[in-house]
Design a protein around this ligand. Structure first.
Ligand code: FAD
Length: 456
């Protein structure tokens, strides 16, 4: 069925031709991200922009007619931020997918927003360079989406999140004006930091059409430690102790439920009697020494099993256990994946709260996450066909967020607020701060057409 093509849609079709889709069967693929809990509506059109001009024309049209615009990368978001709103234009940047330059001397890559993270990493590697940010979705998610959510990943412990690797952004404002933020220099303190305002803005301030990302030289060596603990609290003790003696690039945690699901799927034979498993990776010239010191810290924290490997291929294989954690849990039922961050010393309290909430609601919850960042992904596994189980899952989700806030934590460490976490934002940041955010949005987007009702 084709949506009526009069007014703004007719204008877009005339100006942009086959970049515009209005067939509701085709548009359906552009209406949701990967978040189970967030609602999605029906767009009047989907624009698959191939040029910055397409973005400008779309925004000028939307601005003139007051039509909401939902910008979309690959749609792998987990907060409903790219879900269509009734009557909106979905503006997809996935076809803006050119790597424009890789400058080996300045160690930067300038890319369009639809470039897949893993493709940029591979192109950088071909030139002996390293694009660091490594969200679990790197094989499919886009640089534009990564910037707009300030995506994290495993190696944030040492190298930071996507926003720590951006030098410049070119973006289109709601009224179609083009802005350039940042500078090509390594140092730049000129004026307010508009680049970092756009980072994590989830499509609410402007549409990113180009970004210059920083690259590094890859580490010469890596070494991996796997440590099992009887109790999660011992694993957290180890995380704190490791940071005294090493600077690991990643410290990932998996609880018993997650390890058991991973074993079922992969037959890796991980110790599933353990209360928690840590996967630790150190890199750089001193990787092996740091890994040994990390293993010693784990031993002192009562690790029941320890394995150290300096073989990069083996390290990669061991990390697969963590990479497939969500997929493994998904094999057990429908999942509600949460994203909570607490100060690292409070991780044991958060893990206890998760266990209490799961028991109270008779739910299976597998928890894994980036332990060195205090960032956990408790994943509620339930039967979505059972209304009672679904209701209990929603309640448990709410209670876990409340528990996180009570511990001084953040409602989202890396997935963003989107639609899913919006009701928890003000309780976390405060009403004055939220008003300030709304005023910042109004400065960028006075008529409020960009992803309205999302993120802030
Ligand atoms: C299996 C799996 C693993 C994941 N692992 C991680 C992880 O380790 N770390 C992590 O942080 N996230 C992770 N995610 C979540 C998701 O991949 C990230 O949020 C990612 O950054 C979204 O990129 P995307 O291209 O899919 O963006 P989308 O989902 O399409 O959009 C996300 C948000 O960005 C906005 N946006 C997209 N493109 C632009 C643009 N060009 N200009 C302005 N705004 C834009 C959208 O409006 C929306 O608000 C995972 C998701 C899955 C499914």
């Amino acid at each position: 069925m084709t949506v009526v093509t009069t007014g703004p849609v007719a204008g877009l079709l005339a100006a942009l031709g086959d970049a515009v889709m209005t067939d509701s069967d085709t548009m359906i693929a552009y209406t949701r991200d990967q978040s189970l809990l967030s609602p999605s509506g029906h767009p009047i059109a989907v624009v698959r922009a191939r040029t910055t001009d397409h973005v400008v024309t779309t925004l000028k049209t939307a601005h003139r007619y007051g039509i909401p615009v939902v910008t979309r990368g690959a749609g792998t978001g987990l907060a409903g931020g790219a879900n269509a709103i009734d009557g909106c234009i979905v503006l997809s940047t996935e076809k803006l997918d050119r790597i424009l330059t890789i400058d080996q001397q300045s160690r930067t890559a300038t890319v369009e927003p639809g470039v897949i993270n893993g493709d940029l990493a591979a192109a950088a590697a071909d030139r002996g360079l390293w694009y660091v940010p490594d969200p679990g979705s790197r094989a499919v998610s886009t640089i534009g989406g990564n910037l707009a959510t300030n995506a994290g990943g495993a190696c944030c412990a040492k190298y930071g999140v996507t926003g720590d690797h951006v030098a410049r952004i070119k973006a289109v404002l709601a009224d179609g004006r083009i802005i350039h933020t940042g500078a090509a220099t390594r140092k730049n303190v000129a004026g307010l930091n508009l680049t970092q305002l756009l980072v994590g803005s989830e499509g609410t301030l402007a549409v990113i059409v180009e970004a210059t990302m920083r690259l590094r030289r890859p580490p010469a060596r890596t070494a991996t430690v796997v440590a099992a603990f009887a109790e999660p609290v011992q694993a957290v003790d180890a995380v704190i102790a490791i940071q005294e003696v090493a600077d690991p690039s990643l410290v990932e945690l998996m609880d018993r439920t997650t390890v058991s699901a991973v074993n079922d799927m992969t037959h890796m034979g991980l110790d599933q009697t353990a209360g928690a498993l840590l996967l630790i990776q150190c890199d750089g010239d001193a990787a092996e020494q740091e890994a040994r010191r990390s293993a010693d810290a784990c031993r002192a924290a009562a690790a029941t099993e320890l394995y150290v490997s300096a073989d990069p291929a083996e390290g990669h294989a061991l990390m697969q256990a963590r990479s497939v954690a969500l997929t493994a849990l998904e094999r057990r039922g429908s999942t509600l994946l949460d994203d909570l961050a607490v100060p690292v010393p409070r991780l044991p309290h958060m893990l206890d709260a998760i266990t209490r909430i799961a028991d109270h609601h008779h739910l299976l919850v597998g928890t894994f996450g980036h332990a060195a960042d205090g960032n956990l992904h408790p994943t509620i596994v339930f039967d979505a066909a059972d209304p009672d189980a679904t209701e209990r899952a929603h309640q448990a989700f709410d209670e876990m967020v409340a528990g996180c806030l009570a511990l001084g934590g953040s409602i989202t460490g890396e997935h963003g607020v989107g639609d899913l976490k919006r009701r928890y934002l003000e309780p976390m940041i405060g009403s004055v701060e939220r008003s300030l955010m709304a005023e910042v949005k109004a400065a960028f987007d006075p008529t409020g057409i960009l992803n309205p009702g999302r993120a802030i």
